[in-house]
Write a protein of this length. Structure first.
Lengths: 263, 628
């Protein structure tokens, strides 16, 4: 693993709101092709952390180095231009467009055609949009109005949109929130497959431990703004501090094994 | 010194009425999210009814009782309006509510003339407050002192009502999250109705209290509504304290502006409003608006460019329109030219509203700037018509570039208000800078050259430019830029996350719309042979809004149809009846209630219904199966 280049390195990330230290000195690294989960109980600082990484929040101090560039305090669109795709906890799509057009808009932006006033968008990168939709299993729905999609399909569409700028890093905020158990597994399998094939790094936050332990290569555990553990799923699962603070009493993952997850 | 103090007190007294009306508007907006354009009409009705009652019943009891009864009567009318009209459209797009209440305003304007006549009515003095108090040689009407004392009392009463009663708690809760209040089992219908009644009562009382100070006339509504919009925007929509502070601020600015900056007194208030909105986008005491929830049940069909058949139909319609000079006289051609010009104007606003989601309430500013641009070039620089027509709109472009930059920093109602303020600033400059613009007398003698002078030639010119403008705007809608603009409207979050600089896209769209509006204005100057400040006025901006909404805001080119129908109807009605506003207002209200998607939107819905429907359910059920 050490030969793989570092995509993202976070150093001493800190943010407070008034007297509340939301995030305190968080540091970690993410390598290409690696799937990293950021977990923690509610209020641990996951979302604050995430928002600082994707540019929606400005850190008080600390460095966020994305592909060697410091992105702390940069706008989300600037971070996107560096090669970061992202999905939202509550899907954000363009409901008045078709599924294909949703992807085409991202491709238009990627091709720097945003101020093109004259050509027709319908033919712009049509095949590339179709390819991305096929990749996430949405090819058959390409001409549907996006507003008609079921929630699970919206999540897939978001993934296709997030892949439009050939990202090196995917930031996924609770990618499976609001989905049924089997759908969650499906979506994360899909994400993991794409990430491995294209060597994309993935950072995601998640509440569903089944999803986390099945797909994450490494797990970061956040509690009250500080990282309390970091390591492989086995290491994190075995960490008594994590058990005490996060996993709680009894409901530990290894107690009910993976096969039982769908039941 | 005493003079300034008296001036200060006069300002405070004017603030009383303004505060009452503004607080009513604010309360209604807070709970129902309706920006009640008819609030000015209720204010005016309050004044008229109070006039009648105080004339009929003599004595102090008759006077004060008459005021309160007048406010109650108007509040009852408000309840009726709310139950019959507004309840049907709470779930419609927010602009439709504005349109409906605007239609109501038009109706009321004609109705008061019908009932009370067109003359100014002078009410009687308030019993007990007829005299004046001497203050170091300056006279202060004692009624002014009464008003100054009244507004803090009303503020206190409102505060008590909102803090200490169960109803007040519900209203405050609904202001924060009305869906949650509904989920808690509160009867929303009656909450909304009661809030509307209170708001209208305050407006009508504000109107009634003005009669000892001011003549009652049928243009009171528009005059107050603009001031009130300014007040609630400065104070923050939904905040009563904000309305109070802003009412005082605005009234004092008016009182002292006239003394200190007589040249720019009119724009002073709007300048302050623009500054407040830029520094504190939600007003002094307002809170950020929650993002508008998408209206349920309104399916938006993704837009398509015209199919081959539709394209031919459009060309055929254009050719048919071009044959008009062979079948009709000069009057019809002049009307036709005017309609064509308004098609351009409406299409430009429609582009901004439907594609950009930016409802400008001051779009006439760019129309008027285009007209003045032409007038300057043709009259002062003496340029030929073609050159003036090409360069004149650049003034609209320039105005849109400057104002648009600030306007797109805001969204929703606040965007609408800021554009309104900018338009008022431009209007005031045209009105007051007599040396350059001729002020109220306008600039005369902007006639087309020989080749375009005959009505038929000018008609063809206007029609050709209109067709070109609509075609260009359509191309832009379906261009990558058009998609980027729609993306910004649909989801600012997502569009930012795919690298789109939404503000810059919106700014560009604003400039495009302003330039096209300027083209319309340039033609209009030549059609009328003159330019007046009216070409920048609020009523023209509102006309454009009505055309867009009439055509259907969720369509690509609905404004074309909206402009033709509205303008033709308007011109025809004015020639046929003295009650054109009543009929037009009624027509608008009917359209809003019966066809909330506008004329073209309705046609599209019918067309989509007739198409074999996609197996939509299969998609949903397949997901549910896997979700099991």
């Amino acid at each position: 693993m050490s030969m793989v280049p570092t995509l993202l390195s976070v150093d001493g990330l800190t943010k407070s709101y008034g007297g509340v230290h939301a995030v305190r000195g968080v540091s970690f690294e993410l390598r290409a092709g690696e799937i990293l989960a950021l977990i923690g109980p509610n209020g641990a600082g996951k979302s604050t952390c995430f928002d600082m990484l994707n540019g929606q929040n400005i850190p008080d101090s600390g460095r966020i180095s994305l592909l060697g560039e410091n992105t702390a305090g940069k706008k989300p669109r600037a971070i996107w231009r560096l090669g970061v795709g992202r999905t939202f906890q509550i899907t954000a799509t363009f409901p008045t467009m078709t599924v294909r057009e949703n992807v085409q808009v991202a491709l238009v932006s990627f091709g720097r055609q945003l101020f093109n006033l004259w050509t027709s968008t319908a033919q712009y990168a049509r095949d590339e949009a179709g390819r991305l939709l096929d990749l996430v299993g949405m090819g058959a729905y390409a001409e549907r109005p996006c507003g008609e999609l079921a929630y699970g399909d919206l999540k897939r569409l978001e993934l296709a949109v997030a892949l439009a700028n050939q990202p090196k890093l995917l930031l996924m905020d609770e990618p499976t929130a609001g989905m049924a158990p089997r759908e969650r597994i499906e979506l994360m399998r899909l994400t993991a497959r794409i990430a491995r094939e294209q060597s994309i790094g993935v950072l995601f936050t998640e509440h569903d431990m089944d999803v986390v332990f099945e797909h994450a290569d490494r797990i970061l555990v956040l509690n009250r703004g500080t990282l309390i553990a970091e390591g492989s799923p086995e290491e994190v699962r075995g960490n008594p501090q994590v058990r005490a603070i996060y996993l709680g009493e009894g409901l530990v993952y290894d107690a009910r094994h993976r096969e039982g997850a769908g039941a | 010194m005493a003079f300034y103090f008296v001036q200060f007190l006069t300002g405070l007294a004017s603030a009383a009425s303004l505060f009452l009306v503004a607080s009513g508007l604010s309360i209604i907006f807070g709970v129902t999210r309706i920006v009640n354009f008819a609030h000015g009409a209720f204010y005016m009705l309050g004044a008229y009814v109070a006039f009648t009652l105080t004339e009929r019943f003599s004595g102090a009891f008759g006077f004060w009782g008459g005021m309160v009864v007048a406010a109650l009567v108007v509040a009852a009318i408000g309840v009726l309006v709310e139950m019959v009209l507004l309840r049907r459209i709470y779930h419609g797009p927010e602009l439709f509510q504005l349109l409906a209440t605007f239609g109501l305003t038009l109706m009321v304007e004609d109705l008061v003339v019908l009932i009370w006549g067109p003359e100014d009515l002078l009410g009687r003095r308030a019993p007990g407050f007829k005299g004046a108090v001497d203050f170091f040689g300056q006279n202060i009407p004692s009624y002014d002192l009464f008003l100054i004392a009244l507004s803090p009392v009303v503020l206190g009463l409102l505060w008590l009502m909102f803090q200490r009663t169960r109803w007040g708690v519900l209203v405050r809760a609904a202001t924060q999250d009305r869906d949650m209040v509904a989920a808690l089992g509160v009867n929303q219908k009656w909450l909304f109705t009661s809030v509307f009644a209170v708001g209208v009562f305050l407006a009508a009382l504000g109107g009634a209290l003005q009669i000892p100070r001011d003549a009652v006339h049928h243009a009171l509504d528009l005059r107050i509504i603009v001031d009130v919009f300014v007040v609630v925007v400065i104070g923050g929509l939904g905040s009563i304290i904000g309305a109070f502070v802003a009412a005082v601020l605005v009234s004092e600015l008016n009182a002292f502006g006239i003394l200190i900056f007589p040249k720019i007194s009119i724009i002073l208030v709007f300048l302050v409003m623009a500054v407040v909105l830029i520094v504190r986008p939600w007003g002094l005491f307002g809170k950020a608006e929650a993002p508008a929830r998408r209206t349920p049940g309104l399916t938006v069909y993704p837009w398509r460019p015209l199919g081959p058949g539709e394209r031919w139909a459009a060309v055929a319609a254009l050719i048919a329109a071009a044959t008009l000079p062979f079948v009709s006289g000069n009057y019809a051609l002049t009307v036709g030219s005017e309609i064509a010009i308004f098609v351009i104007f409406a299409a430009s606003l429609h582009f901004l509203m439907s594609v950009g989601g930016l409802a400008s309430f001051g779009h006439a500013a760019y129309f008027g700037l285009g007209a003045y641009g032409v007038a300057f070039l043709a009259k002062m620089a003496g340029l030929p018509m073609i050159v003036s027509l090409l360069l004149g709109p650049l003034l609209g472009c320039l105005g849109a570039a400057v104002f648009g930059f600030f306007a797109v920093q805001l969204s929703g109602v606040y965007f609408a208000m800021l554009t309104l303020a900018f338009a008022q600033i431009v209007w005031s400059i045209a009105f007051q800078w007599v040396a350059v613009t001729g002020g109220d007398n306008g600039i005369l003698g902007v006639w087309p050259e020989k080749w375009a002078a005959s009505p038929s030639h000018f008609y063809w010119l206007s029609l050709g430019i209109a067709a070109l403008a609509v075609a260009v705007l359509r191309i832009i809608v379906f261009s990558p830029f058009g998609f980027a603009l729609r993306a910004t409207r649909d989801s600012p979050l997502r569009s930012e996350a795919v690298g789109i600089n939404g503000k810059r896209i919106q700014w560009t769209a604003f400039v495009i719309a302003g330039t096209v509006a300027g083209v319309a204005g340039a033609l209009f100057a030549y059609l009328k042979g003159s330019v007046f400040p009216d070409s920048l006025g609020i009523s023209l901006s509102v006309d454009a809004l009505v055309m867009v909404l009439l055509g259907g805001v969720e369509t690509v080119s609905g404004a074309v149809v909206g402009a033709i129908v509205y303008k033709a109807l308007n011109i025809w009605l004015v020639s046929q009846t003295d009650l054109s506003k009543l009929v037009l207002g009624g027509f608008i209200v009917l359209i809003v209630v019966a066809f909330p998607k506008g004329i073209v939107g309705m046609l599209e819905t019918i067309r989509n219904r007739r198409r074999p429907s996609l197996p939509k359910t299969a998609l949903v059920t397949s997901r549910i199966e896997t979700a099991e």
